[in-house]
Design a protein around this ligand. Structure first.
Ligand code: F6P
Length: 353
């Protein structure tokens, strides 16, 4: 059996742990030959591959990033290198030439959408959910998320001491695209006083009120805001537009916008910190190492049992799988009735409403 592995979309902590687990399980359990496709789907078009054997995956479990490289603009069905043309036949032809019996695609919703289309065209694909945003459907937790939350929590811990010392309002802006999971869990873990999420447009007045209450008593305020959050009646804050990307909007800067809005309305000084790609880099937490390893092993099982066209998923504490068609191109916002929102409110955290 010959199996290809690729990592698509933005990188995240735990990718190497999956690559290692898939490779070791396939070699140990069925003597498979494993090939790494470099730079996501671009490697299938540019014919860039490298052999994955036991020495190649030794010592990578705790390494951040991906040893295979990745690409978040390459969609063979709308290829940026061919003015948006569909060149999927080239990708399929190369997979056939390599003699791949299966492809394990590790990525987010965009990667799963491509994997789904390739699988409809006959390529035996297994997906593995990756994203710090934790926004893939039918999957309770993607690896990388816990690592990102740990960065946010540590940042808030650090911002707390300087906020307290200066009597300031400190704003930490997290990643997460259109879902607020990182801000919600990171904010709770770092004891934020205000957490602002994309799922619920914030009322500036409500944020001002909480900051004023705290000015009068505690003397400082910690705000954790998701990059996709926006004021009621306002717009998303877009940092950049990447024209030839399947997902062209890059969000960022809403923390600075909020600081600008709050400054004239408060006595305290306000500062904003954009956490940015620091949340995506570095070594995975032990939780993410274990989750990524479980996902990788499960993906290898699906390959060996012919469970193609499916994505590995965590549901409760069980690793299972779901059809790619249920995941492709969709995302998973925080449901309005989520228990952690109720817990936040119960603890007196303002959600800006
Ligand atoms: O999807 C992961 C993510 O890190 C988002 O949270 C963020 O909006 C985006 O990717 C950033 O993308 P890029 O690396 O292209 O700036």
């Amino acid at each position: 059996m010959h199996v290809g592995i690729l990592t698509g979309g933005g990188d995240c902590p735990g990718l190497n742990a999956v690559i290692r687990a898939v490779t070791l399980a396939l070699i140990n359990e069925c003597g498979a030959r494993v090939t790494g496709i470099r730079r996501g789907f671009l490697g299938l078009l540019k014919r860039e591959v490298s052999m994955l054997d036991k020495p190649a995956v030794a010592g990578i479990l705790a390494q951040g990033g991906t040893i295979l490289g990745t690409h978040n603009r390459c969609d063979p069905f709308h290829y940026f290198g061919a003015a948006g043309a569909d060149v999927s036949d080239q990708a399929l032809a190369y997979a056939r030439e390599l003699g791949l019996d299966a492809l394990v695609a590790i990525g987010g919703d965009g990667t799963m959408a491509i994997a789904h289309k390739l699988s409809l065209l006959g390529l035996p694909v297994v997906g593995v959910p990756k994203t710090i945003d934790n926004d893939l459907c039918h999957n309770d937790r993607s690896f990388g998320f816990d690592s990102a939350v740990a960065v946010v929590a540590e940042a808030l811990d650090r911002l707390e001491t300087t906020a307290r010392s200066h009597g300031r309002v400190m704003i930490a802006e997290t990643m997460g695209r259109y879902a607020g999971w990182i801000a919600l869990e990171g904010g709770m873990a770092g004891a934020a006083d205000v957490i602002l999420l994309p799922e619920q447009p914030y009322q500036l007045e409500a944020v001002v009120q909480r900051c004023r209450e705290r000015e009068a008593i505690e003397g400082y305020t910690l705000i954790c805001i998701a990059e996709g959050a926006f004021a009621d009646g306002g717009d998303l804050t877009v940092a950049q537009t990447i024209a030839d990307s399947p997902d062209p909007l890059r969000l960022g800067g809403v923390g600075a916008v909020l600081a600008h809005q709050l400054t004239p309305l408060l006595q305290s000084e306000v500062r904003a910190t954009l956490l940015g790609h620091v949340q995506r880099g570095g070594s995975p937490t032990p939780f993410d190492r274990v989750l990524a390893t479980r996902f990788g092993w499960h993906a290898a099982e699906l390959v060996q049992t012919g469970g193609f066209g499916r994505m590995v998923a965590l549901q409760g504490d069980r690793v299972t799988s779901v059809g790619l068609e249920l995941v492709a191109g969709r995302n998973r916002p925080i449901p309005a009735g989520h228990g952690m929102l109720a817990a936040a409110r119960g603890l007196g955290v303002s959600l800006g409403v």
